[in-house]
Each structure stands twice: as C-alpha cells, then as structure tokens.
Ligand binder design. Structure first.
Ligand code: ADP
Ligand code: ZN
Length: 742
C-alpha cells in the first residue's frame, strides 16, 4: 500500500483535447508516475494514454479503472509534459496532439522496441560425452550445430541454424534436450555504426570566439542572460563555440541539445560532434529507421548519450540535467512544424530553457527579424562575431542585371556571359563552383506559344513542372504526374509545338553539360537524392574534388564548407522575391547571404554572382553589400508601419474543402461569431482565397488575425472554435505565429 492518490488524470491519445480521471487499481498503486503510458477503457473499447497527474477525488461518481501499465518507465518526463501543455495552449492544439509530438512514434508505438535476437550458448549436457555420442547417432544435424557452437562460441540462433544447414526448430530441439540454452539479447542499432570518427581537440579560439564563449558560459552558469543571440557571419566559427560550450556543460554533468535544420544535418555536422565527443552524441533525424530512432531515444533517456543533435523535434529529447540548447540557423523556416501542433522549435527551445533552467543560444549569420528585434528590446543578449576565422575575406558579390543581358543577347538566357566566364575560369584553375536555383525539374511550365495555354494541375492551382529525366509533367504540390500532351489540348488550338518556360535545376545541369562538355557536373535536389546515401555521395564527391560544378536547390545552401569552392552562382534570385508573403524580402536576403557564405572558405577569396531581373531591390543590394544591420533596420521600419511581425503576432486560419461555397459560408459565419469576442486591438481579415487557392482538389481560404499579443487572439479563438460546428467537409487549421501564408 502506498499513499499515492487513488485517481490518475490521463490524456487519451484519441480524445479531443481533454484529460480524463481514472481510478488506479490496487495492484498499480505506487507504481504509476507522471508520463507513464497506460491502457484505459475508453468508450466501448480501450485506448492508450499517458498519466499526467494525480488527485484524491473526482467529481465523477463512477470512474473506470486503468487496465494496465505499458512498460515500467515514464515515457515523458514531467518537464517535457509541461512543455507539451504549453504548446497545446500557445499553439491552440489538442493536448494529446502536443503529447504525441513530444514523443517519437518509434517510442510510443507498441510494435517498436529493441531489436531482440536469440543467442545460443552451450549448456551442461554438451560436456557429457555419452549424451553427445547418442546425439550424433540419433540427430546428426543437431549434432553438427552443436559442434559448430562448441568450437565457435556463442552464436545467434538464426546464424547457427544457417551455418549448420538446419532449421531454427532443430536448434530449439537442442535446448529441450538440455544441450544448449537460448536467451534473448537486445541488440542496439547504431545509425553511425560503420563510421569511424577521428578524434578532435578543442581549437584555440579567436578573440571574437573567446568573447562569445565567455558570454555563453556565464549564461550556462548563472542564467544571466538566459538567451543569447549569436550573430556570426558564415565562417566565423560558431560551431567551435557551440562545441566548447557543450564541453563546459559536460564537465559539470550537464547535457545539451543541438538543433539544426534537417537539411543542414549533414554527415559533416555529425562528424564534427562525434569527432569531439564520441558516442555520447545521439543523432535523431528523419532518415533513421524506426528501430534506430527508438534506440537512440532510449540512449538519451537512460543517460548513455548526453548530447543530442537533430532537427526541430529534437527539442523534446529527454536529456536530463540539460545545460544548454543551441538552435543553429535559428532563422530557418523549417523549425516551424507545418502540421498540428504547429510549433516553432526555436521558440519552444526558449520556453524549454526557461522551464529546465538552462541556457539557450540562437545562432545565425542572418538572424530572423524577430530575434533581431528581441535583442533590440533587451529580451535576448547579443554575441557578435563579425569576422571570418583567420580573417579570410568575405566574398565579392556581383549583381548581374538580366534585363540588360536579355537586351544584349536579343533573348533571355539562363546564364549571363559573366557567369559563363566565371565558371570557365574556375574549371581552368581546378577550383569549384556551386550553382543555386530553388526550383527542381527542367521547366517550371509548359506553354503553348500559339494560344498561351499553360499545363496546370487539375487538382491544384499551379502550373505543372516538366521533368526531363522521367519525361513527364509533375505537380509540386500534390505529386500528380501526367504525360506531356502531343498537341495543345486547348479547344480549337491543337498546336504541336510547346515551349518550356522557366528553369529548374535539371535544365541548368543540361545546359552546363552543353557549355562545358568536359566538366564534371552533379546535381543535388530532392529528385537526385531519393536513394539512401545519395546525399552523402554527392557531397562526398564534391568535397574530394571529383565534381567541378554542383547544381542544387536550397539543399546546398546550408552549412556546407568546402575550401576549394571559390564561385557561387545564383541563377535566378527573383524566385524567392516574388512570393506572396510579407517576409519575401527577408527570406531573399537570408538566402542570398547564406548561399554567398559558401564561397571562399579556403585560402582563395570567393566570388558570388547573383543573376536577377530586379537588381535594385533593397534585399538584393543589401546582400551585395553584406549589410545585415542596414537591411534589418530598414525592414523593421517597414514592418512597424504595416503592423506586421515582429510588432504583432500573426494567427492564420486556413479553411479547406471541396466546396467553395460551403467554405465561404461557414467562414463568414465563424468570423461573425468571433468578432464580438475580440479586443479592438486585434485586426482581422478574411475569409479570402489563399495565394495557393486550390490544392489536392480542395479550395483554400484564409482568415488572418494580427495583434500585439498572441493571447488576445488565442483566447477568443479557443472560445469561438469550441462553440462552432464546421460543416463536415470544411477543415479548419489554426496556425499561431504562422510563417508560411501560402
Ligand atoms: P560557422 O559555423 O560560423 O559558419 P564554422 O564553425 O563552420 O563557422 O568554422 C569555419 C571553419 O573554421 C571550420 O573549418 C572550423 O574548423 C574553422 N575554425 C573555427 N574556429 C577556429 C579556430 N579558432 N581556429 C582555427 N580554425 C577554426
Ligand atoms: Zn497538384
């Protein structure tokens, strides 16, 4: 008997945003703890849930009993559970959805577990000569297996059976007769098992690094200040600062979480961490198998791994005694989860830091305007590293006006003469080039030159992209593919000649082959990296100098470091500028700066060529001057005037469904009911068609709210949503602090 209260509060995985009371059966009293997974009766069947708290009495008279406990360990620590509740509250997500987000499926699901293998060892009878003689006579195959075992030592059941050309059942027969013992052994799957990492020692820091590290250490020791924005230009040595700060924590018994954008979690990044800290580093990312993820998670939970490196969901890693959370490339939109709960891992990191009393470092060469503003108003401290390590020079950035280029050439080309000359010079000098274009495929549209017909997806409001490798038209929204029509399908046209408009990486690669037949060209985008390991191979080839020109999408823009890369070309900078998004200028500036930062990280000064049709745009000019501060000041002013983030918070509601009429009808009604609940400071617009007006056959509408505080919107929204019944075929998704407004 224990004095544990008799009632547990349980979040049920299938339930809508509620906690339920369950009676704790006598046999489980005292053994349950917060975070333990349980099976409870629910409705007419049963459901899985998590214990989130205890109480002595309940207002419900007839409580059901918890059926059983799954596993012995709490799967969610109290702190992570608290974080899940914060997320549910702040991002208006059902609490069970938030709990699910903090626990990887690989750990939560019943099926997943340690890989178990059956190990066979000789037992006493195998030393009995008489018994052995008899076995040889009566069951020669079993005897062979036993002989192999006796000479070769313990073996896995399946291996032994195969080696003895017999069945597993025959080996089990040996166990029944008392010749061997079979036991379960857990085998850990180590995602990095085949790799050897060279041990590295801490580098002697540059003065700017030493100063930044001192600030971080002070934050770790005293929580004064609690959050530091590490603004360091590309190549300023931020990673070395992270490594030494983590080491500082380890010496005091404290662990660390290092968040990186998924795309930046390259073998290079992992190598730097493993090289410094060995196998106390756990890696979590989406390319791991379920089993690998399960094992890595438990290595962290047990404290065998003290450092976790991973993308956004790693912010929930069950690291005990957390001393530091680093969010590298903190400006990256990929930290925002695009499905419920729509959290931003950078902001969650700051909240977890406060809850776990650990320091938080946000690092970037181009911090998000929100973070820049938080420094301005004293919420975050700033550590700046304005110079590159070893005072290597920043690259020269040249902007090429493609309008002039088109006039001169009489037609628009993919490559300007400047860019062609620059690539040629690199190939001759055996230096390397990277070409960046954020669109995959061959052509962004297929157009009939006679009638202007554009091949569009029937389910989405976008043009289909032509992919030459597969010779088909592909929708980048829903993935539908179609064959290229032989003639223009527009009524009354039927022209057989199509024109490919716009370029994608595939076309850039093909043009390069034509321009430089002897150059070694590779392409890296999501089409060329579908196979496991291809990502690694392409980057490996580039690093070892087996590629002259690497063409790629944003996959190549991040965190990579190649000393022999001296030229970066941005094929079409306007692509990100013309997006229907108030952050388009900020994004373009960040992207150009990041891409440019890849050039000239070795001995030779780098060069960057930016091709654009809007050469005077402030984002492009500021990127050319490497003027982060200037750009952000200007952008901040513009946002202040327009009342956009970071001066307000933004909540977006997206309404989706097959019937446009039902969406607008229900949307208008909802707005009408929400309006009286809102503070006059809240601005509301919509429902209006979303920039991506149709996707996957559904119409899409948006309602946008802006206000100085999120609470001014989420409070009334919660109330209105609870009272509102959406028609069954209209789905409403709420996105707090929305980053993408497509
Ligand atoms: P960032 O993350 O800021 O872009 P990195 O941490 O990748 O920069 O550092 C760039 C390069 O400089 C790396 O090769 C790194 O090993 C090297 N480096 C960093 N700090 C030092 C140092 N103090 N002394 C010598 N080399 C350094
Ligand atoms: Zn589509």
């Amino acid at each position: 008997m224990s004095d544990q209260p008799a009632i547990a509060r349980v979040i049920v995985e299938v339930a809508r945003n509620r906690e339920f009371d369950y009676r704790i059966p006598e046999r489980l009293r005292g053994t349950l703890s917060v975070g333990v997974q349980v099976i409870v009766p629910f409705g007419h069947s049963e459901a899985r849930g998590y214990v989130v708290g205890f109480k002595d009495s309940s207002t419900f008279a007839r409580l059901k009993e918890i059926r059983e406990m799954v596993g012995r360990q709490a799967l969610v620590g109290e702190n992570v559970l608290k974080l899940a509740r914060w997320i549910a509250d702040y991002y208006l997500a059902p609490v069970e959805t938030a709990v699910r987000a903090v626990l990887p499926g690989a750990v939560r699901n019943k099926g997943a577990g340690y890989q178990e293998r059956l190990q066979v060892v000789p037992a006493a009878l195998s030393h009995d000569e008489a018994a052995m003689q008899q076995l040889r006579k009566r069951a020669p195959k079993q005897a062979v297996a036993l002989d192999i075992l006796l000479s070769g030592g313990p073996a896995f059941l399946s291996h032994l059976a195969r080696a003895a050309h017999t069945s597993p059942a025959a080996v089990r027969g040996l166990e029944q007769k008392g010749f061997v013992q079979i036991s379960r052994q857990t085998a850990e799957r180590d995602p990095l098992a085949q790799q050897v990492f060279l041990r590295t020692e801490p580098l002697t820091l540059m003065p700017q690094q030493a100063a930044a590290l001192a600030q971080v250490k002070q934050s770790m020791d005293t929580l004064q200040p609690p959050v530091i924005l590490l603004y360091g230009v590309t190549g300023s040595g931020k990673t070395e600062v992270y490594l030494q700060a983590i080491q500082h924590g380890l010496k005091r018994g404290r662990g660390a979480i290092m968040l990186v954008p998924e795309i930046a979690l390259t073998p290079q990044t992992i190598e730097r961490f493993r090289g410094r800290f060995g196998d106390t580093v756990a890696v979590l990312h989406s390319r791991l198998s379920t089993g690998e993820r399960h094992d890595e998670w438990h290595r962290i939970q047990d404290g065998r791994a003290r450092i976790v490196i991973g993308p956004r969901s790693a912010v929930f890693a069950p690291v005990r005694d957390l001393g530091l959370i680093v969010v590298d490339e903190e400006h990256e939109p990929s930290y925002k989860q695009e499905e419920a709960p729509r959290y931003n891992a950078r902001d969650v990191a700051v909240v977890r830091g406060r809850m776990d009393r650990c320091a938080v470092v946000l690092g970037s060469a181009t911090p998000a305007l929100e973070s820049f503003y938080n420094v301005r108003r004293g919420k975050y401290a700033l550590a700046a590293m304005p110079a590159r390590v070893d005072h290597r020079q920043m690259p020269v950035i040249r902007v090429v006006d493609m309008r002039i280029e088109a006039e001169r050439e009489g037609q628009a080309h993919v490559f300007s003469r400047e860019l062609i000359e620059a690539i040629k010079a690199r190939i001759e000098r055996a230096e390397q080039t990277m070409l960046f274009l954020n669109r995959r495929g061959y052509a962004s549209a297929l157009i009939c030159p006679k009638c202007g017909y554009v091949a569009e997806c029937t389910q989405c409001s976008v043009a289909l992209t032509y992919h030459k490798a597969t010779d088909e038209l592909l929708c980048h929204i829903c993935g539908a593919h179609r064959r290229v029509p032989a003639r223009c399908p527009a009524p009354g046209c039927g022209d057989p000649a199509f024109r490919f408009a716009g370029v994608g990486t595939e076309r850039v690669e093909i043009i390069l082959h034509k321009l430089f037949p002897f150059a070694r060209v590779q392409r890296m985008d999501s089409d060329s990296t579908t196979q496991k390991g291809s990502h690694r191979r392409i980057l490996g080839d580039f690093r070892t100098g087996q590629t002259d020109v690497l063409v790629g999408t944003q996959m190549i823009a991040k965190g990579l470091h190649f000393p022999n890369l001296t030229l970066v070309g941005v094929v079409f900078a306007d692509l990100s500028l013309h997006r229907p998004d108030f952050r388009a200028a900020e994004r373009t500036f960040q992207l150009l700066t990041q891409v440019a930062g890849r050039a000239g990280r070795g001995e030779i000064k780098g060069e960057v060529i930016v091709q654009t049709y809007t050469p005077h745009h402030p984002a492009i000019q500021a990127a050319r001057r490497l003027d982060y501060q200037g750009f952000m000041d200007q952008e901040l002013e513009a946002r202040r005037e327009l009342g956009y983030p970071p001066f307000t918070h933004l909540v977006g509601l997206t309404l989706k469904g097959p019937s446009e009429q039902k969406i607008t009808f229900a949307g208008d009604l909802f707005v009408k009911q929400l309006k009286p609940l809102l503070d006059p400071q809240v601005q509301m617009a919509g429902p209006l068609p979303a920039p991506l007006a149709r996707a996957k056959g559904d119409f899409r509408y948006q309602i946008l709210l802006r206000a100085p505080q999120t609470k001014q919107m989420t409070g009334p929204l919660r109330q209105a949503l609870a009272a509102f019944q959406w028609p069954p075929d209209v789905a409403c998704a709420v996105d707090v602090d929305a980053l993408s407004l497509t």
